[in-house]
Design a protein. Structure first.
Length: 144
């Protein structure tokens, strides 16, 4: 049985909704990119991490406190796309994804503002995604 043009026209929004739902379901079930855990005792001083043979340098400028902006700098020679996401273990911290933009020297930078955790926790995990590869850096915010 063939659909008439009118029925096909009426079915198109439902087909679009079905496609969007299928894409969202697929997106949620994708395997996460494996991360390389790293340690950076002093983000103000900066630290260097090896990522697939590339030397990545990460540092921040400004107070590392919630609701106070600080600058994140990532020097990853040859990188095309860098973004940072901030989370806490077992705690939904909302949407905290920041795309970093390269400056004239090729250092990726972004202005970051962390939200307040209602439970008073200060332990954060910064996930840096550099051209599809991830580095995870735990850190603790300072008291206000």
């Amino acid at each position: 049985m063939a659909l008439s043009p009118r029925r096909l026209y009426l079915a198109m929004p439902w087909l679009a909704v079905g496609l969007v739902v299928a894409l969202l379901a697929w997106w949620q079930t994708r395997a996460p990119v494996p991360a390389r855990a790293a340690s950076c005792p002093d983000l103000h001083a900066g630290c260097t991490v090896q990522l697939d043979g590339v030397r990545v340098t990460v540092r921040i400028d400004g107070p590392l406190q919630v609701l106070k902006p600080f600058r994140l700098s990532v020097d990853a020679p040859g990188a095309r796309k860098v973004q940072a996401q901030f989370s806490m273990a077992s705690m939904d911290m909302g949407f905290n994804l920041y795309p970093l933009q390269p400056d004239a020297q090729g250092v990726f930078r972004a202005r970051i503002v962390l939200p307040v955790c209602v439970s008073g926790r200060r332990d954060w995990l910064m996930s840096l995604e550099i051209d599809g590869r991830r580095i995870e850096l735990p850190f603790v915010t300072e008291l206000s």
